[in-house]
Design a protein around this ligand. Structure first.
Ligand SMILES: C[S@@+](CC[C@H](N)C(=O)[O-])C[C@H]1O[C@@H](n2cnc3c(N)ncnc32)[C@H](O)[C@@H]1O
Length: 310
């Protein structure tokens, strides 16, 4: 992993995109200001409606130019502007729609007149018809193992449940819209490979870069606020103790894994693709394996004791 490069650049994404060559980026993960008046230490989140659309159009055009023909983009967006962004991506840039993902974050502000918001949306578009998508590393364990489910489990679907990073969590930084690493991990695993280039044009506290650093991707982040750039540099220097944020389904151990060879393969993949980066989930995994398959199975399936080393 040591030859991978992670860099964070301070400045305006619109200008910094110009430093990227045409068709050079494998994956873009963009979490722009939603134009809701949040305080990012600048006035980037308080534009007029049309100015915001012009800004969105301009950076999306740059993103499209920089993506490889096989590249993909994920864009976080609130309800007010998402349909406009969809139209720009599909109608103006000719990109291919893949999924409209709902991020269900379970808790948040409470409204007294109306329904409290509990989700954000994420648009997933591919630049062309041929694109990278690695399903196996992001499959979610099912309640009952079935051979035809291919080693690991089900497609995670387009409703993703991850809690916000809470203020009491060690990983929480002083940024108003820090995203859970587990959520970004799923995008990076699905839509890039080891050594690929991932760009986050609105890097904030550096969540995408932290995930790329741990998953062996090259990462480039752009961020307007110099304090957040410093925050990211600090974050990237910390020892790794696991990603924050977990989809609770990942902590399931399926029933009916009766064939020892298949079980071994399942455990090997689960360690490699999930537990390695989520050490907080290991104790629960061991507990369920013991309960469902007995004491000896873990030693048999993890002969070198990799789980104890994580
Ligand atoms: C929604 S936040 C991103 C949060 C990030 N995903 C995280 O997990 O911390 C958007 C960020 O974009 C930055 N920003 C706003 N306008 C920008 C621009 N034109 N170029 C670069 N960064 C910008 C803001 O300062 C803010 O930190």
């Amino acid at each position: 992993m040591s030859d991978r490069k992670i860099s964070i650049c301070q400045g305006d994404a619109l200008e910094l995109f110009k430093t990227l060559n045409d068709s050079s980026v494998d994956l873009i993960i963009a979490d722009p200001p939603y134009n809701l008046g949040k305080d990012y230490g600048n006035d980037s989140d308080s534009k007029d409606f049309d100015d915001y659309l012009d800004f969105s159009r301009a950076w999306l055009k740059e993103a499209h130019r920089a993506l490889k023909p096989t590249g993909s983009i994920y864009i976080f967006m609130g309800v007010r502007y998402i349909s406009y962004l969809y139209a720009i991506l599909e109608r103006e840039l000719g990109m291919s729609f893949n999924a409209w993902i709902t991020w269900y974050y379970t808790q948040g502000i409470g409204k007294t007149k109306g329904f409290s918001p509990r989700h954000d949306d994420i648009l997933f578009f591919n630049k062309g018809k041929k694109f990278k998508f690695n399903l196996d590393p992001i499959r979610v364990p099912q309640k009952f193992y079935r051979q035809r489910n291919n080693m690991r489990g089900a497609n995670p679907g387009d409703v993703w449940e991850f809690s916000h990073v809470h203020y009491c969590q060690d990983n929480r930084l002083n940024h108003p819209t820090q995203k859970p690493e587990g959520l970004i991990e799923r995008m990076v695993l699905a839509s890039s490979d080891d050594g690929d280039l991932v760009v986050d044009p609105f890097s904030g506290s550096g969540t995408t870069l932290r995930v790329c650093q741990q998953l062996g991707r090259n990462g480039v982040g752009f961020e307007l606020n110099p304090d957040y750039v410093q925050m990211t540099q600090y974050r990237l220097s910390l020892p790794f103790s696991g990603f924050d944020g977990v989809d609770a389904r990942m902590e399931r151990v399926p029933n009916d894994m009766n064939d020892p060879e298949m079980r071994k393969e399942y455990f090997r993949n689960h360690i490699q693709w999930f537990l390695k980066n989520h050490p907080d989930s290991i104790a629960e995994f061991k507990r369920q394996v013991k309960e469902k398959y007995g004491d000896d199975i873990l030693a048999e399936s993890d002969p070198v004791g990799q789980l104890d080393l994580l």
